[in-house]
Design a protein around this ligand. Structure first.
Ligand code: CDP
Length: 208
């Protein structure tokens, strides 16, 4: 059977690290949908397009398509020949991405791109188990308290924990619409678990 595992969850819940670990254990690629949303936001900023101008942005994406390279050792996002990856995890993109991700035309474009990728793979994001791959083999939804998530971000990016927590809560609020767990998803509170602990829990369920 063609296996698709979906790992959704709130901002900074550890989705990418978990998805990467699960994918490596299963010897399949992982697909970071968030990286494509970040690339769409970066493309809008680079082109000087207003973040809410759906018509302009979808026209831009059709003319200059994004492409996700779903490599097992870390996804990369391209626009044409330009590798946008080094410019996607910045405060500027964090602040812009939810507005761009709220545009139905952008979501439809990204959904189509994700569905065109060859399975098997592990897909992570917000709506992988609900909208994009409703027939996935196994679905997971990761949570953790805002404080725990902010602490993890501080370890990745040098910044003030209170400011990060505030920004995460704000992004949760803006992303709430596309961040509901699928009814058949396994909920995992990652707060008390190590990264490897979360990966093992998922592998047990996938291989059961
Ligand atoms: O790593 P983090 O959870 O902070 O973010 P991400 O997974 O890289 O996603 C960045 C942004 O893309 C989110 O804040 C959402 O606005 C958007 N996104 C989405 O709308 N749907 C997805 N399936 C994945 C990401």
């Amino acid at each position: 059977a063609t296996v698709i595992v979906t790992i959704d969850g709130v901002a900074a819940s550890g989705k990418s690290s978990v998805a990467s670990g699960v994918a490596r254990a299963l010897h399949v690629p992982y697909v970071s949908s968030g990286l494509l949303y970040r690339a769409a936001a970066r493309a809008a900023l680079n082109a000087g397009l207003p973040l809410t101008d759906e018509a302009a942005l979808t026209a831009h994406l059709r003319a200059h398509p994004l492409r996700l390279d779903a490599r097992a050792d870390g996804n990369r996002a391209y626009q044409g020949d330009t590798d946008l990856t080094p410019h996607l995890h910045t405060d500027e993109v964090d602040d812009a991405v939810s507005a761009v991700a709220a545009l139905p035309g952008v979501r439809a474009w990204i959904d189509d791109h994700l569905r065109s990728l060859p399975a098997p793979f592990v897909a992570e994001g917000r709506d992988m188990g609900t909208n994009v791959f409703p027939h996935a083999t196994a679905k997971f939804y990761l949570t953790a308290s805002p404080r725990v998530r902010a602490q993890r971000r501080v370890n990745e990016r040098d910044a003030d924990i209170d400011a990060i927590e505030t920004a995460l809560r704000e992004r949760d609020r803006r992303d709430a619409r596309q961040s509901q767990p699928a009814p058949d998803a396994h909920l995992i509170d990652t707060g008390p678990l190590t990264l490897q602990g979360v990966i093992d829990l998922i592998l047990q369920r996938v291989q059961a």
